[in-house]
Design a protein around this ligand. Structure first.
Ligand code: ARG
Length: 227
């Protein structure tokens, strides 16, 4: 059976940008399966709604457009709840606290946010890091993924990268050649985004998050993914 949008009724279509480990990344034998913390949460939401999960991988800055065009039912992409985004979509209760951190070459660590002033900063396009970088510098270069931004830093093309704490730490584990600095930036809270027209799914999503937080499932995912 098909619904109005041409989506199957028994499928929950979740949009993500799977270049943000450990929240979402491509894995599996052929590297074509979306995996991660957010994907496992989305799978539980689908299951509780009696649906199967389908993940659509797309550019981060296309996600809200795709949601409001009815192409996806939900965004699970480590997306920070911001007042600006709340004008366009509904967010679930927060499910993760993060912050922006700074990546630099070894020995080039900033000591305060002031040190970001007019530095050449690489970011992921449309991310909160992108928005924040512009408050400090006129030299912001944006890429479709955080990986590409980090590559630019490695190649010596930029001074620093502003990226979310956990994906930055994840990257550092594999590439200890860079330096990660935590400055006193505001905390950010990730939420699952749902169309303002889909109050039913929002309710189900919050109910599943409540359940996962109280039955130990949420904590188990934290210890599985945030090592
Ligand atoms: N938390 C940041 C934001 O909301 C970055 C999220 C990037 N997520 C991703 N799946 N690539 O802007």
């Amino acid at each position: 059976t098909l619904t109005g949008c041409g989506k199957k009724e028994n499928v929950l279509v979740v949009g993500t940008n799977a270049a943000f480990p450990p929240f979402e990344y491509m894995g599996g034998p052929n590297g074509d399966e979306a995996k991660g913390f957010d994907i496992d949460i989305a799978r539980q939401i689908a299951e509780d709604a009696g649906k199967t999960l389908k993940v659509e991988n797309m550019k981060f800055d296309s996600l809200i457009v795709a949601l409001n065009a009815g192409k996806i039912d939900m965004i699970a992409a480590g997306m920070t709840i911001t007042p600006e985004r709340q004008k366009a979509v509904s967010f679930s209760q927060p499910y993760y606290e993060a912050t922006q951190v700074v990546l630099t070459q070894q020995g080039k660590a900033p000591t305060s946010p002031e040190d970001l002033k007019d530095k050449i900063i690489a970011v992921q396009l449309g991310s909160t890091g992108d928005i924040m970088a512009k408050e400090y510098s006129h030299n912001v270069v944006a890429f479709n993924t955080g990986f590409e931004a980090i590559m630019e830093l490695k190649n010596g093309k930029v001074d620093l990268v502003l990226f979310d704490s956990e994906p930055a730490a994840n990257h550092m584990k594999k590439n200890p050649d860079l330096q990660l600095t935590t400055l006193a930036f505001e905390p950010e809270y990730y939420g699952l985004a749902i169309s303002k027209e889909n109050a039913e799914l929002l309710k189900q999503t919050n109910a599943t998050l409540d359940k996962m937080k109280s039955n130990g499932q949420y904590d188990a995912l934290i210890s599985q993914y945030m090592k």
